[in-house]
Design a protein around this ligand. Sequence first.
Ligand code: FAD
Length: 475
Amino acid sequence: MATTPASHAALIADVRARFGAKAAITDPADIAPWLTDWRGRFHGQAAAILAPASTAEVAAIVARAGELGVALVPQGGNTSMVGGATPPADGSALILSLRRMNRLRSIDPAANLAVAEAGMILADLHAAANQADRRFPLTLGARGSCTVGGLIATNAGGTQVLRFGTMRALVAGLEAVLPDGSVHDGLAALKKDNRGYSLDHLLVGSEGTLGVITAAALRLVPAVAARAVAWVGLADPHRALDLLRFLEARTDAVEGFELISGSGLALALEHIPGTRNPLAGDHPWHVLIEATAADAAGDPGAMLEKLLAQALEAGLVADAMVASSEAQADALWRIRDSLSEAERAAGPSTAHDISVPVADLPRFLTAAAAEIERAFPGTTATAFGHLGDGNLHFHVRAGARAKPGWLEAEGEAITHMLDDLVTAAGGSISAEHGIGQMKLAEFERLAPPGRLAALRAIKHGLDPHGLLNPGKLVR
Ligand code: FAD
């Protein structure tokens, strides 16, 4: 089915007539902010943002779009790191925004479950869970703007995966509109349900290509009674992994363990107002540690002080501090959470979200950085991220090679080299951000043929005309 401006106009008119002016935004000034990705690398076009207010409206829009052959790009907070929510540049799709569907439908502390609509902002979900004396444990730097639907569609990770897993582990059930306009209702959140393939699991990480998530039953955990945040300076990533294992052998209270390079910290100090170096001296590598206790009698701060003193004596750690107040703890997290923003402010770099087996991560990081800097003399390869998950945000900066157009000229070759190294190490070229449009060619180049064929068969089976998020993840 060919997509034509006339079919777009027909869909827009239909949506406006049935669901009101708010459901079809066509003013170019209102659409513009949603046409470019967070990193500013992808620019799309769309004649309208369709903004339904209920699951029934989503179902009607998807069904009508199917009849008219109009492609739709589901969008939440537009914080995708891989251009996943940016519409095609040729204007061949409309944006389907879930942001008006932002209600908390219910919260049941006794069942440890919340049912949130897809457009609910993560920070609002955190607040709602806290009010019910519970916690939704997944968190990440974009929590003020990313949405429940986007987090599920990308199977997001974040900083507490070490203990609570990725979004997949926190989804107890989903409600979604499938490409034919039918509604899948899995919100009963059954603990046991073996009626064949799990549609819920298929939709987690499907990046808007198999269905439009409209609501989710999400798992809650006990509220935190006390937390402690520490900042550690150390010599290399090997010692960082040794420190994690040292702590894990002595306590189960550690839930965040983030590796940060010295150069990453320097970028944050330079570009993020109000940040300051947590330690007196400079160190090649740093780790931010968060430990929590659900029990008011727990004292994770004292525990971290004691264990880090032992680690210092054992030579694992060069220096360490434990935040003495919530404000200081927040300031440490602010450095970690603003690393992507600092990178963005510092100018072009190639950005890679990769994973390798955890035990191999220190070797991989050191060897891959050296190999890339050797092949592209003058560049700086460095990383930060979720060490305990084997997941790094590995970035290569132009350094001495900086000149206009550097990224366009060399970015692809650098990406190829790193992705080949990751694949040889048995790793993944997308640990938590997804494939989107940014990684599609590399995914097709490196994925085992059987895996690609299975993905394409699933996509074709559910969305035979390719109308949901075309050009992303699978084609
Ligand atoms: P969008 O960007 O709008 O969409 C993302 C994808 O989901 C697109 O493919 C879109 O089509 C699809 N989608 C959105 N809503 C729906 C829906 N309702 N139904 C079906 N498909 C939908 N990610 C991590 O995993 N870990 C991190 O630590 C992390 N840190 C980040 C830090 C910053 C500063 C930023 C900007 C991003 C970070 N991310 C991280 C990226 C992360 O993927 C997004 O923040 C989030 O998962 C996407 O949510 P969103 O609502 O913005 O989705």
